[in-house]
Ligand binder design. Sequence first.
Ligand code: PLP
Length: 284
Amino acid sequence: RIAYVNGRYTAHADAAVHIEDRGYQFADGVYEVCEIARGYIVDSTRHLDRLDRSLRELKIASPMARQPLLTVMREVIRRNLVENGLVYLQVTRGVAPRDHAFPADTKPSLVITAKRIDPLGGIKRAESGIKVITVAENRWERVDIKSVGLLPNVLAKQQAKEAGAQEAWFVDPDGTVKEGASTNAWIITKDGVLVTRPADTGILRGVTRTTVLDIIKKHGLSIEERPFTVEEAYDAREAFITSATTLVTPVVTIDDRSIANGHPGSIASSLRQAFFDIAEKIKA
Ligand code: PLP
C-alpha cells in the first residue's frame, strides 16, 4: 500500500509524521472519510466542503486547493487499486515545538490514505442488521468539527464491542439520542415518520445524513428533524445508522431490546438501495 504524506508518496508501512506533529501531541487536526464505490468517489464535494469548514473553525490553514487535493486523492486511490473502499484525509496544524498556543507560520500536515474494502461485508451487515448500545454523552460541545480528538468515541465503540454490539449512541442527560460514535442515528416511528436529530444540536453534520435527506425529500417521505429519546427508539418501527463507511445500515437491537420484529426494516433497506444513484459521484 501507498500513502501520501506532506508531498510524498511513500510505502504505507514506512509512512510517518514527526513526533512533534500537533495532531500527535494535541489532536490538533481534522479528518474526512469518503466512500469509494464501483470506481467512483462518493459525495466528495460535501466531504471537502466539510473539511474546509472544520479547518476554518479551528483556524488551521488549508494545506492545498480543492483541485490539486482531488488529484492527490485520485492518485492515492489509483496507486492502491481501490475500486471499493475508502479514502482518508487528515490535516493537522503541523509540526512545531510543543506549546499549547498556535505556532506562528507552521505548515499544516496532510496525510491521505486509501484502502480497499470488500462491499460484501457491508451488504451482510445490512442484511442482518446491527446492535447498538446507548452510553452517556461525554464529548465536548464542538463535535460539529470533525476533529481527530476521538477518545470518547473510541471508548464508546470499545464498550459496544465488549457488549457484542457494533455501535454506541451518545445520549444527552435529557434522554435524547445525539448520534453514534462514528455514525448518525435515525428512527422511523410507528406512524412511518423518519426522525433524525437536527444537525445544529450537538452532532456532526454527516454527509451521508444530508444525502439520505435528499432521497427522503425526493420520494416525499415524511421526515421530522428533531431530537428523539431512547424510549422512542426502543418503540420505533425501524432504526438505522448512516455514515460514509456504513451507508445506511439497519439497527435491529438497542440495549438488547429488539426493534419491531428484530429484523431490518424495509424503509432503511430501500434507502440503502437508493443511495448510490442519488449521491454525487466523480470518477476515482
Ligand atoms: N457522526 C460521527 C461522530 C462521525 O464520526 C461520523 C463519520 O465518521 C458521522 C456521524 C457520519 O458522517 P458521514 O456520513 O459524513 O460519514
